[in-house]
Design a protein. Structure first.
Length: 474
C-alpha cells in the first residue's frame, strides 16, 4: 500500500472538496449566461452567443426589436458589436444587420487612421533614437483576436523606458499632441493620455471615425504599490521584446508569453478596480482556446514566469474562461489548483458579479483582491481605497476642445457636467457599501462552509482504510 504525505493528502482533499461543493462556475464547458440574473436579458444574450464552448445565439437572434436595441447598447459599450457581426451577421434582423454594417464601414476608416498613426509614431520615435514597444490594440491580432476589422480601438498604447519617456512625450507635444489635464495624479501605469484637440465632441456613436485616437505612454507593466500584489519577472519583459509585421508595418512588441501575461494582468487590473470589460475577457479566452494544445508554448510560459506572476495571470484566465469558455491547457488547470482556497471560493460564488455591477451595484471583486493578499495592513489599504476613493475623477466633457473654443457657456457647461458626474460617483460609492458588506458576509459564509466540508472530508478519510479509498486517498 502506498501512502501520500500529509501535504499531498491535504492537496487531494482540497481538490476533492472544491469539485464536490462548487457550482463549477469556472468550467470551460458551461455557458453561465443562459440563466444569469445579474445582467439584463439582452446583455446576457450577447455574452451567451459569444461563448466559445457552448455558444447559445438563439435568445439573441430571436429577440424583439426592443431587446435588440438594448443588446446593441451593451455590445457597443463592451466593444463586442463587430464580433457579433463576424459570427452572426447574416442571421440578424435586417435593420440590425444594416446598422452593424454601417458600424463596420466606419471602423475600417478608424483602423486606417490608426495604422497611419502607428506608422508615424514608429518613424518619429525611431528618428529620435527612442526605443518603445507597441502594447495591446492592433498587436493583439491574430493571437488574441482573429481579425483587426472585428475589434474597436480608441487609443494606441506604447511602452517606453523611464529614462526616455519624457523625451517621447515632449516629441509628441511638438507634433500637436497635448496631455489630458486633471490626470497627473491618477494611479495608472502611464503618463496622462496624449490627444489632439480637434474640437470633436461625443455624439453617442461608438464607431464615429472622427473620434481622436489617444496615445498612452506606459513606463511600467504593473503597479504593485497600488494593487499590493507583487508581479516578479515583469522587469524582464523588455529584454525579451521582439518584432512582428502587421500588414507590412514592423513594430516592436512583447514576446508571445509576455504578451499573454500583460493581457492577463491588464484584465486583472480592471477587474480589481471594478471596471472589467467582457471584450478583454473574450480576447484572453480566445488565446487560451487556440493555444490549449501547444505544450511547447506552455512549457516556455512556465519557464519564463515565476510562480507569483503565474498566480496573478491564472486569476485572469479563470475569469475569462468562466465568462466565455474555451479549452483550458492542463498546465493552467494545475495553476488553478494552487490558488488560495478563498480565491477558489470567490470564483465558485461571485465570478459573474463584476459583469452585473451596472445593474446591481456591488464591489464584490474586493473579496477576490483580499483573497490574494496576505498582509493585513495591505488588505485594509485596499478596502479603504475601494470603498472611499480619495481622488477626484478626470475631466468628462470638452476634452477635445481647444482653449480657443472654450467660451463662457462651454466652461459653465463643463463645470456643471463635472459636478453632476462627481455627485453620481459619490452616490455610486455610497450605495455600493451595503451591497459590498452583504457580499463580504456571503463570501465568509461560503468560505467557512468550504472549510467545514474540508475538515469533515479529512476526518472521514483518515478514519478507516475503506473510507480512505472512498475519499480517493491512497
Amino acid at each position: 500500500m502506498t501512502w501520500c504525505s500529509d501535504e499531498e493528502e491535504i492537496s487531494i482533499a482540497v481538490s476533492h472538496v472544491r469539485c464536490k461543493g462548487a457550482r463549477d462556475t469556472t468550467s470551460e464547458d458551461r455557458n453561465l449566461w443562459q440563466d444569469c440574473a445579474k445582467l439584463p436579458r439582452p446583455a446576457a444574450a450577447v455574452l451567451a452567443a459569444l461563448h466559445l464552448t457552448q455558444p447559445r445565439p438563439e435568445p439573441l437572434l430571436r429577440a424583439t426589436d426592443r431587446d435588440w436595441r438594448q443588446a446593441l447598447v451593451f455590445s457597443d459599450r463592451s466593444q463586442l458589436t463587430l464580433t457579433l457581426r463576424r459570427l452572426y451577421g447574416m442571421r440578424m434582423p435586417e435593420w440590425v444587420r444594416e446598422r452593424i454594417e454601417a458600424d463596420a464601414a466606419k471602423n475600417l476608416l478608424r483602423l486606417a487612421d490608426i495604422r497611419e498613426l502607428y506608422t508615424k509614431l514608429a518613424g518619429w520615435l525611431s528618428a529620435a533614437g527612442i526605443e518603445f514597444l507597441a502594447l495591446k490594440g492592433l498587436t493583439q491580432c491574430p493571437e488574441f483576436s482573429p481579425q483587426p476589422e472585428s475589434r474597436v480601438q480608441y487609443d494606441v498604447d506604447l511602452f517606453v523606458p523611464r529614462d526616455q519617456i519624457l523625451s517621447a512625450r515632449d516629441l509628441l507635444y511638438g507634433r500637436g499632441f497635448e496631455s489630458i489635464s486633471g490626470m497627473d495624479h491618477s494611479p495608472t501605469d502611464h503618463l496622462p493620455a496624449l490627444i489632439r484637440k480637434t474640437g470633436w465632441q461625443w455624439r453617442g456613436d461608438y464607431f464615429d471615425p472622427d473620434i481622436p485616437t489617444a496615445v498612452e505612454m506606459h513606463f511600467r507593466f504593473w503597479n504593485p504599490d497600488v494593487e499590493r500584489l507583487p508581479a516578479p519577472g515583469m522587469d524582464r519583459f523588455w529584454s525579451r521584446r521582439t518584432e512582428r509585421s502587421f500588414d507590412g508595418l514592423m513594430l516592436p512588441v512583447l514576446s508571445t508569453p509576455d504578451a499573454l501575461a500583460y493581457a492577463g494582468l491588464h484584465l486583472l487590473r480592471h477587474l480589481l478596480r471594478g471596471d472589467v470589460r467582457p471584450f478583454h475577457a473574450l480576447e484572453l479566452a480566445h488565446f487560451l482556446n487556440s493555444h490549449a494544445q501547444d505544450n511547447e508554448f506552455w512549457q516556455t510560459w512556465v519557464s519564463l514566469h515565476p510562480p507569483e506572476l503565474r498566480r496573478l495571470e491564472v486569476v485572469a484566465f479563470r475569469l475569462a474562461t468562466a465568462w466565455l469558455g474555451g479549452a483550458v491547457p492542463e498546465v493552467v488547470k494545475d495553476e488553478w489548483e494552487r490558488l488560495p482556497d478563498s480565491t477558489a471560493t470567490w470564483f465558485e460564488h461571485f465570478a459573474l458579479s463584476p459583469a452585473g455591477a451596472g445593474l446591481h451595484p456591488n464591489k464584490d471583486e474586493i473579496w477576490l483582491h483580499l483573497s490574494l493578499i496576505t498582509n493585513r495592513r495591505d488588505r485594509w489599504r485596499i478596502v479603504r481605497r475601494r470603498l472611499l476613493p480619495g481622488r477626484l475623477p478626470g475631466p468628462v466633457d470638452a476634452v477635445y476642445l481647444p482653449d480657443s473654443q472654450m467660451n463662457l457657456r462651454r466652461r459653465l457647461r463643463r463645470r456643471l457636467l463635472y459636478l453632476r458626474y462627481c455627485a453620481g460617483r459619490i452616490h455610486h460609492h455610497l450605495v455600493t457599501i451595503p451591497g459590498t458588506a452583504i457580499g463580504g458576509l456571503r463570501f465568509l459564509y461560503h468560505y467557512a462552509a468550504f472549510r467545514r466540508e474540508l475538515k469533515k472530508f479529512l476526518a472521514a478519510a483518515v478514519e478507516s482504510p475503506d473510507k480512505r479509498r472512498e475519499a480517493g486517498l491512497r
